[in-house]
Design a protein. Sequence first.
Lengths: 130, 383
Amino acid sequence: MSDDHDSTEPGLDAHRCENGHLSYPGHARCPDCGAPQTETVDLAERTGEVVTWTTSTATPPGVREPNHLAIVEFEVDGEAVRALGQLTTADGIEIGAAVDPVYCAELRAPGAGIREPESQRWDGYRFEPA
Amino acid sequence: MDRVAIIGASMTAFGDRDAWLLALLAEAGDAALTDAGVDGDDVDHLYVSNMASGEFEGQTGVPNALAHDLAAMPAYTARIDQTSSSGGAGIYAAWQSVASGASDLTLLVGGEKMTHRTTGEATDVIASLTHPVEYKHGVTLPSFAGLTARKYLAQYDAPRESLGKVAVKNHRNGLDNPHAQFRKEVDLETVLDSPMVADPLRLYDFCPITDGSAALVLCPESVAAEYTDDYVVISGVAGATDTHVVHERDDPTTMRGVVESAEQAYEMAGRGPDDIDVAELHDMFTILEFLQSEDLGFFEKGAGWKAVRDGVTDRDGDLPINTSGGLKSKGHPLGASGVAQAYELYQQLLGTAGDRQVDAEVGLACNVGGFGNCVTTTILEQP
Ligand SMILES: [Zn+2]
């Protein structure tokens, strides 16, 4: 397995198999067809659409409160791929709203929760109304 | 093939318990052995359903400890962890042990000790089942419920009140369950005015954090009558998975693990959704009762909320759901919940459910791990 398939990737890279299926994050084999995932597509520069969203007001240690979250769908060459992420704001957010990824160096405080800080990345992308 | 019978069952009081995990497991295990009229040394296999005793309490190696406490040595022991569906997975493992001939008598004990942790800490232990790309955003299981509920209400044009009615119904049922954590009625207004937790879901849309344990004793049906006149049979049991990463599902309102495990359990039992007289569903969040009641085939997709609205799933309705009070009112000690679902069906099928009693010959339990990530479905029947 190449580093491209490492689940600790910092970016918003969708992974594509040889049959054109996309997934975010990547997996050892394509969840749709079982073929190897051979390339990545960066979603960070694309505009996505809110599938659904919530505001969590009971958050675990090290997580901002309230925590606005959305599932966002991107379309890449006619193929849909989704990602979960924090929202910068809930203002103006509704199902179908257009959002852009924005980089955040630390999405939650490493080590405050149960997960071993060294086991994964803590930076990533929030979504902001486009 | 010889079917597998349940000849004894028990559950402890669920709630904020002083006892730690080993004592809770021993309490339920001891009571189930007594109910079945067997001794510890009659047990060939002993399984413990538990998600996170190490993370919650710093106690590991629990099955071996329980075998010692119940004088069940030299029984073979193993821990079954499938997060929230550890109990259902334990039923499947216990069934396999008897059905395969490896064990003539199996004790299954599910349990969890959680209330000594803050809500945030307990939520984090459970959220640790998520993928790193989910966990870093601070997503919790309640957040997944909020995301899914908003999608469901929009997709099927269901009113927010419909979710509240699940809570009202299950709290009403729990009033008559002496083991339940919350034995109080709540009205719709209280649910809809309770504090927001994961918009649009509010406090009363969620199950509490709970300590407790439940247990079953299993043997081949062919010898069950040698132990007792009062037993039920497992006519169908199956488990299935869905995606680990929740956002990768094409339809967020369908739980494929429920669909797949139910299809297999129905086929094994020679039954279908119309044959089910009573069901215990995994209402960790109110929205989950809608999803399961549809994905199990009880109602059309998107129509589960109407069934609750119309009273179909009330105790005196055509298909009573969560007569025990469900996880919502009974409480949700993770590893115990799937076992406690079977305990409720065992009572309903034997006619010992007291004020909760409904007319039932066939019951179904659906136990959901993660946010539908792994699911077991079990069908119990009168012999
Ligand atoms: Zn593929």
